[in-house]
Design a protein around this ligand. Structure first.
Ligand code: G4P
Length: 527
């Protein structure tokens, strides 16, 4: 098969949802329907119990299982589907944002009782900013939930995009009769149960079929009225509008009962786009180019503290990856020749022989690869768009035993490179290192990991800062002037980008007013 053919059959997506909406359940069912796993329960079993342990232990567990389950590849209908997991805990949303830069589409799962929830909104903003096409699955219709019409208008107002329902629920909860497939004009009758694969589902043709009307009574009468209404009022599904992120196709179902899952899998194959071109600073890179290129969008420390090796997750942007090929790290010019690169076929780590645009490969390394690094066959490319968000919480960090200061620095550098936390080095001499986080739990996880992985007892102390903005200026002289005048508030991050740290929004505002030549950025893009 040519590279272009391989690219055309790739679909790479992530599921976004608020915790508990059913992401794990749906992931498992998608794998089951694609034949990538045999028994329901195997993904679920990996999800550590939410309730039994403290939150950060939970995150540790997630980290442990996440190398194996963070990318799942499956084949379905001649397509190779890559499903990228997004960390569940909200304090790790920064990591999630970066995962979203590596996908070509997103599947949004909503709990039909709760509609669009806060965490989904944040993730959606990232998708919207990138115009990522979104497929929507409204889950849990086997329960008493919100009215489908209300759910659609809620989605529309939060997403700022049109909805195009492709199926419609008949009843809900106890009276849930099934979903009406609006494209094929037939009803899939609901049957509870976890083991079915959908092949034996009962289908009844025709919206005007008296058999349906009689069997599902009021629920159907209501559904057919609603269907009439939406067919008049809302635009039909328009693939172009979907691809441009202006319209989302909506499906209804019940993941736990394997119901409505097939439609979602088919929609991914039929509607979701294959990998497209990627913007680099130098030029646009086409996925079917013969030369390999890829970006590190995630770095995961291994669980084995004795080895301290890390896996860099690389999304292939172009060309063909072959085991043993020489690759150049664009940032450093270093050559690597990774032999034990892993792919993630149906959740087993397997050695990869070849990979194409849209695929994700895992490269074990000892710190050679950082977040945002670009790998090529020699060309100096820098891709844009990997976001780092300005931290909202700060703590100063010191080591209890001064003899271990070196270990502290090594540990923090590595955790910083992994994206677990942001580390700022103050300009002022003698200042303690500052840790910046988006969520409070990141500090606890870092303290725990410093101890277990680097043997460092770190002391976290309150910091007088709670905002950071990366600063740039068109005129370097202006930047220097600003840095001198505000030396006590200047710090450098892991890649030596300069940031202004403020104690309050007011302080930031004052600085902005006094120095109009300086640009303050809440987000830094790698590159
Ligand atoms: P998450 O990954 O998004 O956090 O959600 P997860 O799949 O773990 O699902 C959250 C809860 O919702 C689980 O219940 C799951 O069984 C349930 N669930 C998922 N899909 C459906 C559905 O279609 N209908 C109904 N009624 N429930 C659904 P739990 O009690 O938290 O866990 P468990 O005891 O079932 O494992």
């Amino acid at each position: 098969m040519t590279i272009a053919n391989e690219v055309a059959r790739r679909r790479t997506f992530a599921i976004i949802s608020h915790p508990d909406a059913g992401k794990t359940t749906l992931t498992e069912k998608l794998l089951l329907f694609a034949g990538a796993i045999q028994i329901a329960g195997s993904v679920k079993a990996r999800k550590a119990s939410r309730h039994a342990s403290s939150d950060w232990m939970e995150i540790e567990k997630q980290r442990g299982i996440s190398v194996a389950s963070s990318v799942m590849q499956m084949e379905y209908r001649d397509c190779v589907i890559n499903l990228l997991d997004t960390p569940g805990h909200q304090d790790f949303s920064e990591d999630t944002y970066r995962v979203l830069t590596a996908v070509d589409a997103a599947l949004m799962v909503l709990d039909a009782a709760n509609g669009v929830e806060p965490q989904t909104i944040r993730l959606l903003q990232v998708c919207r900013a990138r115009n990522t096409p979104i497929i929507t699955f409204v889950n849990k219709f086997d329960r008493e939930v919100q009215e489908p019409l209300d759910l659609l208008s809620e989605i529309e107002s939060h997403l700022g995009m049109d909805t195009a329902p492709l199926s419609w629920p008949v009843g809900m909860g106890r009276s849930f009769g099934g979903v009406f497939d609006l494209r094929r004009n037939r009803m899939r009758v609901f049957k509870a149960g976890q083991e079915r694969r959908g092949g034996d589902d009962e289908m009844i043709d025709g919206l005007d079929n008296p058999v349906i009307a009689e069997r599902f009574g009021d629920a159907f009468a209501k559904a057919s009225e609603e269907i009439e209404l939406i067919q008049e009022a809302s635009p039909a599904f328009d693939r172009q509008a979907f691809l441009e992120g202006r319209q989302t196709p909506v499906f209804f179902g019940s993941a736990i009962n394997n119901f409505g899952v097939q439609e979602v899998l088919d929609a991914l194959v039929d509607f979701a786009p294959p990998p497209g071109p990627r913007e680099a600073l130098q030029r646009q890179v086409q996925p079917e180019e013969s030369k390999f290129s890829g970006v590190v969008f995630k770095v995961q420390a291994n669980m084995d503290p004795a080895h301290r090796d890390r896996v860099a997750f690389v999304r292939v942007s172009s060309g063909r990856f072959e085991r043993g090929m020489r690759l150049k790290v664009a940032r450093t010019g270093k050559e690597i020749r990774p032999n034990n690169v892993v792919s993630f076929l149906s959740q087993r780590r397997e050695l990869v022989d070849e990979a194409y645009a849209g695929d994700v490969i895992g490269i074990p390394n000892h710190g050679v690869l950082h977040l945002g690094d670009v790998l090529t066959e020699g060309e100096a490319l820098q891709f844009t768009g990997l976001p780092f968000f300005a931290p909202e919480l700060f703590q100063a960090v010191e080591v209890k035993d001064p003899l271990r200061i070196k270990q502290l620095r090594t540990g923090l550098t590595q955790l910083g490179e992994e994206g677990a936390i942001q580390v700022f080095r103050p300009e002022a001499a003698g200042g303690a290192l500052l840790l910046g986080a988006v969520g409070q739990l990141q500090f606890e996880v870092v303290a725990h990991r410093l101890k277990t992985e680097y043997g460092v007892d770190a002391r976290m102390m309150p910091s007088r800062y709670n905002m950071a903005r990366w600063i740039t200026a068109d005129d370097p002289k202006e930047l220097r002037k600003f840095m001198q005048a505000n030396a006590a508030n200047i710090a450098y991050d892991v890649v030596d980008a300069v940031a202004f740290l403020a104690g309050s929004p007011a302080q930031l505002r004052v600085a902005q007013e006094l120095y109009p030549a300086i640009q303050f950025h809440a987000m830094r893009e790698h590159g």
